[in-house]
Design a protein around this ligand. Structure first.
Ligand SMILES: NC(=O)c1ccc[n+]([C@@H]2O[C@H](COP(=O)([O-])OP(=O)(O)OC[C@H]3O[C@@H](n4cnc5c(N)ncnc54)[C@H](O)[C@@H]3O)[C@@H](O)[C@H]2O)c1
Length: 325
């Protein structure tokens, strides 16, 4: 199968490309390199440098490469920024998705996988959070993903497009060759490791008075490699119809647990400072991924926080300046 991967130079997309190539698929990466890194792209994948905002760029890529399937990772993805610049999300994320979907349907693509998000569940009634939980997007970012999910459901009816919407919780970890290098970096594990690398003086803990065992927020960290495996399984399962899955480890780890485990792994004291809660941070977000486990036989290979941080630390130690080194 030939798969066009938007955002294949980014963190999760580049690992999905690595996995696709390992499983024998042919890959075209479509990326404007605004956040991604050329060095992150597997050498067997072809890069089309283009922008999803430019319909002509996408049309040229589809006309030339004729993909059978699309994995859509490219997105603006900062929850906080989306509260300040809603149109970058409700506008650009949505219109970029429309440009891509117009082209995919016009070229007869039958399989489409969307990177969706746990930010669809701002007020979960039940934890762990299953697919039957009420959708309450927590930000314009989450809303933009939900709009794309709804669009896919309609395109299945109008065009027979088969889709998988994969709602990731917190992607983390690294493979031996690919890791997390965002600018700005806002994810907890790389920020904690930056303290161990002496790039940052301390890590901020936003509130330690939550209703959780140690008072700090609990999140579900899913290894990026396990996420990538879920994409491969979903890609093939689309032969049997569209599907939507919540994707996480099913285990929650607190901010303090992440910091403590990182101290043990790095041997660095990792200073922390507790500051007031951030508005809009729920106490606990953990996925119920039993549906994808039961239907696709997906099983995380790295469910352990220690392993996730060890692999991230190994990558950051080898790449102290990210892909820039
Ligand atoms: N990282 C997480 O924990 C997480 C959690 C839930 C969902 N997601 C979703 O997963 C996807 C990938 O996340 P990531 O962390 O790998 O992000 P990333 O920023 O590392 O990668 C995104 C890639 O898309 C490219 N891109 C952005 N806008 C583009 C455009 N207009 N045209 C072409 N290319 C463009 C960037 O250059 C980058 O290579 C996103 O859709 C995000 O919403 C991520």
């Amino acid at each position: 199968m030939k798969v066009l991967v938007t955002g294949g130079a980014g963190y999760i997309g580049s690992v999905a490309v690595e996995r696709l190539i390992a499983s024998g698929e042919s890959v075209v990466v479509f990326d404007n390199l605004s956040q991604g890194h050329r060095e992150a792209i597997h050498s067997d994948a072809e890069l089309v440098r283009g922008d999803l905002a430019a319909a002509a760029d996408i049309e040229a890529a589809f006309a030339r490469h004729k993909p059978d399937a699309v994995m859509h990772f490219a997105s603006n993805l900062l929850v906080g920024e989306s509260m300040e610049k809603p149109f970058k999300y409700l506008g650009d994320n949505v219109s970029n998705g429309v440009n891509l979907l117009k082209c995919a349907t016009a070229h007869g693509v039958e399989r489409f996988i969307l990177s969706s998000t746990a930010n669809l569940f701002d007020e979960p009634e039940t934890i762990p959070i299953s697919e039957s939980e009420c959708i309450v997007p927590g930000s314009p970012y989450g809303e933009s993903k939900y709009i794309l999910e709804r669009m896919l459901a309609w395109l299945e009816r109008t065009h027979g497009l088969r889709y998988a919407a994969l709602r990731y919780f917190n992607a983390a970890g690294a493979t031996s060759e690919r890791g997390e290098d965002h600018d700005p970096e806002l994810h907890l594990i790389p920020l904690v490791l930056q303290v161990a690398q002496r790039k940052r003086e301390h890590i901020s803990i936003f509130g330690d008075d939550y209703d959780t065992p140690d008072g700090t927020c609990v999140r579900d960290y899913i290894h990026v490699s396990d996420l990538a495996d879920a994409h491969i399984l979903a890609l093939h399962a689309l032969s049997d119809g569209s599907r939507t899955y919540n994707l996480g480890n099913g285990q929650g780890f607190s901010v303090k647990e992440v910091i403590e485990t990182s101290r043990e792994i790095t041997g660095h004291g990792i200073a922390s400072k507790t500051t007031p809660r951030r508005p809009g941070d729920p106490a606990k977000l953990v996925a119920d991924s039993s549906k994808i486990r039961a239907e696709l036989g997906w099983e995380p290979k790295y469910p352990d926080l220690r392993q996730i941080i060890e692999m991230a630390w190994s990558w950051h130690s080898k790449h102290p300046n990210g892909y820039g080194s």
